[in-house]
Unconditional design. Structure first.
Length: 257
């Protein structure tokens, strides 16, 4: 049986199901699209302009044709990458150990940056979640790398440990309001980061509401993107500071009195 390529346009992407292994090529066509897609073991082609796309799971190959787009991608070992156009920004990490990707560029103002792969989350030891008193109430942070895969807004299974402790605090303190604030680092398009941080905060809100039940107070959800860092994203000489950037990828909680 011949496997047809999957072609995704601006309308079809509104209700796209999760993609998995064993599927054919993944083709994304259109302009001004913002989406996170699973590319595990697949050949990916992107055509269009002003796109902000994230691919997770390990793309076998990636071909980008177009202008003024930002792509985040987890690549399989030895992946073939082709970038053709103007003002393209590719941020990539390697999904597993192995050969580095082969990246070809054709065009102007093409930027390619490798970032560290999302670490395997380590479950925090109890009490685990560090809390601090503020004028508004009790505040705490959870690492975005522990809660979410690279560039995605779907919670990891391991996120339940830290979020469960937030539920415990909600039940104990009975706050008048819970503020959930998503944050990213400065890698990639600022608007895409803003959107990602808001989607992550909403995913956390949904998880907490399902488990806290009647104890859940009124919730305010914010996405601040890269605009409220807790550490510099670069060193004084201008070079990248991956460890500091990791601190900025976080979800903040304020349990207001």
């Amino acid at each position: 049986m011949t496997m047809r390529p999957l072609m995704i346009g601006a309308l079809a992407m509104l209700a796209l199901p999760a993609l998995g292994q064993g599927l054919g090529p993944l083709i994304v066509e259109g302009n001004a699209q913002r989406q996170t897609l699973d590319c595990t073991g697949r050949d990916v082609t992107v055509r269009g302009e002003r796109n902000a796309l994230t691919f997770t799971g390990g793309c076998r190959s990636l071909e980008v044709q177009g202008n003024t787009s930002t792509i985040r991608a987890e690549l399989a070992p030895g992946a073939r990458v082709s970038l053709r156009g103007e003002t393209l920004d590719l941020t990539w990490s390697q999904a597993a150990e192995g050969a580095a990707p082969r990246i070809a560029q054709e065009g102007r103002q093409i930027r390619v940056e490798q970032v560290a792969a999302s670490p395997t989350p380590v479950a925090p030891t109890r009490p685990g979640v560090a809390r601090r008193e503020t004028a508004q109430g009790v505040a705490l942070n959870l690492s975005g790398d522990v809660l979410f895969p690279f560039g995605a807004d779907q919670l990891r299974a391991e996120a339940a440990e830290g979020l469960g402790q937030v539920v415990t605090l909600v039940r104990e303190l009975r706050p008048a309001r819970l503020r959930i604030i998503g944050h990213t680092d400065s890698v990639g398009d600022a608007q895409a980061n803003q959107d990602l941080s808001l989607r992550r905060a909403r995913a956390v809100q949904h998880w907490l509401e399902q488990r806290a039940g009647d104890a859940m107070p009124a919730v305010v959800v914010e996405g601040r993107g890269e605009h409220d860092p807790v550490a510099p994203n670069t060193r004084p000489d201008g070079s990248d500071d991956a460890a500091a950037r990791a601190l900025n990828r976080r979800v903040e909680f304020v349990l207001e009195r």
